[in-house]
Design a binder for this molecule. Sequence first.
Ligand code: PLP
Length: 411
Amino acid sequence: MSADQAAQPGGQWDEAAIEALLAPAVRALAQPTSLSPLPYDLNAGVPDRASLPARELAEAAVAALAEDPAGALTYGGQQGFEPLRAWIAERQSAETGLALTPAHVSLTAGSAHGIDTVAATFLSPGDVAIVGAPSYPGAIRTFRARGARVVDVPQDEDGLRPEPLRKALEQQRAVGAPAKLIYLVPNYDNPSGATLPLERREAIVRVAAEHRALVVEDDAYTGIDLDGPPPPPLFQVAEGQGVIRLGTFSKTIATGLRVGWTLAAPAITERLVFMRFDNGASPFLHRMLLHYLRSGAYEPHVKVLQDIYRARRDASAAALVEHAEPYITFRKPAGGFFHWLRLREGLDAARVAATAAEEGVAVTPGTMYYADGGGEGFVRLVYSALPPEDLREAITRFGRALERVAREGEG
Ligand SMILES: Cc1ncc(COP(=O)(O)O)c(C=O)c1O
């Protein structure tokens, strides 16, 4: 016995021993994306740091603790702080014209946790979840981690296409494995930046209802409206039936808060809350957040963010036209954080990303966003995190990388 083993009663645990115990669905998962050490990170979809409202949140934290210390610092239940749920329900009622109550809302640790709560409640191993191609990889990983089979349906520059969706739903029904849910990001999609037009929202709600598949509407970027408000949510189009809307304060306040919400008919919300085994989210955070939201600082803050991100979107779009246009086409997104670039025929996303890295710029190859393969002709470029002057430099370098890859292809 080695000295180490003698010191540790359990002996050494190597990687293989841990791997052998992993749930099979977890063993098969792709790695998540991470921050890049390169000088210009256009890979991580993170918000601007300088505009985080730290002082206002500190004041709200003090107020929350002073107002009800025991309430803030003891368990608050699985569904979350009722007055914050009421604030969200009021906002959502005003936006959708539906009569929504705190019973429609549950509070989660960001919309990522909302996706997981939905997956835990509705998906068993072998169940089918439909996602757009391309789609947010966090959702694909979450569904797969629950053992679900993820089926891709093609998107175009207006988002998920209703006709292929209908075909996929019919095909799943025909093979005796009807899809249980359809996941989409209708506003300022990650990665495609697309915003789904109203007619598509109506068509998707209709076909999903015909097939009794839940629509999971991930609204992670709603609020980052750069050209005015988007079309009405699918939740509104469906009059609150058969759609779960996921929201978050990550993009409009701070990703580090980890506060998001689910909005659904009370019968669905009850089931989502029933499947929560985390003793609920933090009552302290919920109270702090509500103080902040009621302080009058939130609306002007969101306007400031919209101005910041609009300037970044426009500066990066102009730089792309100037430095990369022979090699890419793209449509300026109406909100959110992302440019989705279609590469010129013959350019490969992995080569482009590797060459951009040599130029000091991190971008994400499109292949990251497809459940069933594809995306070699696309690159996602994040404009949210860097100021316009850095974006211009990064995109000048990115253009150089594209030129190099194109030249290598010809040579
Ligand atoms: C589409 C989408 N959904 C959910 C999330 C997770 O956000 P949150 O911080 O609210 O968990 C992200 C984060 O990037 C996202 O892009």
